[in-house]
Design a protein around this ligand. Structure first.
Ligand SMILES: N[C@@H](CCC(=O)N[C@@H](CS)C(=O)NCC(=O)O)C(=O)O
Length: 283
């Protein structure tokens, strides 16, 4: 599957590519950004960090405001910034709310009509997109891949890692939705994408439920700002994940960052730490 490169932007000694391609699973054109460090070549392919963005975002937010490329260039890591949902499926109501439909795919494969038509972000991110990228860009090393994300994308990073042991070398998250079955954002999304089958379908995409079932130990880095209004409103629930980790004897380090909010000012402050966390496992 071939990509169209719509822009090539010099950045931190490497380049940021703006890409578009046709997706079979979403049935739409999908856009994304790809940062290639200057050192990456077909003879020395770079390991890859996926950054999954949050509600209302596209692949541009992280690339423009996350400040990942500076640290990624230093560690010779490529960064992939996918979109957060299909665009333009013309499902009725798809564009009506900021936390469901467009910009809010939740990194799941919807099973409920009408969203089951193309809201397949789980298959897109875990399978179709990496296969397409690794066959098109020989500068990428598809055997060394890590994942991180913010908010809804933090939920995506955690659940994709926990559901696919061995696929990702490491995971970290910024202000992740850590227990979606128990917060308003998650309940709205899972109800709309899966229906009411909480025991199977909801639990299968909930980091707090998945963590105890993960084979082997984990080393999960999470940052949450204490000034984050969504944290204060109970949308993120990192304590539930910490509690599950404690009970199951798994490694989860949540750093509560004093005074930081939910924005990209928070993400950019700690981006280098998350790239370094991935770099430890991508060497
Ligand atoms: N628009 C929503 C907020 C959504 C929001 O904060 N989204 C986060 C991710 S969950 C984000 O990164 N927004 C885009 C940005 O800050 O660049 C509201 O009005 O409450």
């Amino acid at each position: 599957m071939s990509f169209e490169t719509t822009a090539t932007i010099a950045n931190f000694g490497g380049k940021l590519l703006k890409l578009a391609h046709q997706s079979k699973v979403t049935t739409t054109q999908m856009k994304l950004n790809l940062f290639l460090p200057g050192t990456a070549s077909s003879s020395k392919p770079a390991p890859v960090l996926f950054y999954l963005a949050g509600l209302t975002c596209t692949g541009d937010n992280g690339a423009e405001k996350g400040f990942f490329q500076a640290a990624a260039a230093k560690h010779n890591i490529a960064v992939v910034y996918p979109d957060t949902s299909p665009r333009g499926l013309n499902i009725q109501g798809e564009d009506e709310s900021y936390d469901f439909g467009s910009g809010a795919g939740f990194y799941v494969d919807a099973t409920k009509d009408p969203y089951s038509k193309g809201y397949k972000m789980y298959s897109y991110i875990t399978d179709e997109l990496p296969s397409a990228l690794f066959s098109s860009f020989k500068e990428l090393d598809g055997s060394r891949v890590s994942i991180t994300g913010h908010s809804m994308g933090g939920h995506g990073a955690l659940t994709l890692f926990l559901k696919n042991p061995g696929k990702y070398k490491s995971v970290s998250a910024f202000a992740p939705i850590s227990n979606p079955s128990n917060c308003p954002w998650g309940q709205k999304a899972f109800g709309g994408y899966f229906g009411e089958d909480k025991k199977d379908q909801w639990a299968a995409h909930d980091a707090t439920e998945l963590l105890p079932k993960f084979p082997g130990d984990t080393d999960i880095l999470i940052d949450v700002g204490t000034g984050d209004n969504f944290y204060k409103q109970g949308q993120l629930l990192p304590e539930n994940l910490e509690e599950a980790a404690k009970k199951a004897g798994k490694g989860v380090k949540v750093r509560y960052q004093d005074g930081y909010d939910h924005s990209y000012f928070f993400i950019s402050t700690f981006a280098a730490d998350h790239v370094e966390h991935a770099a430890k496992y991508l060497k």
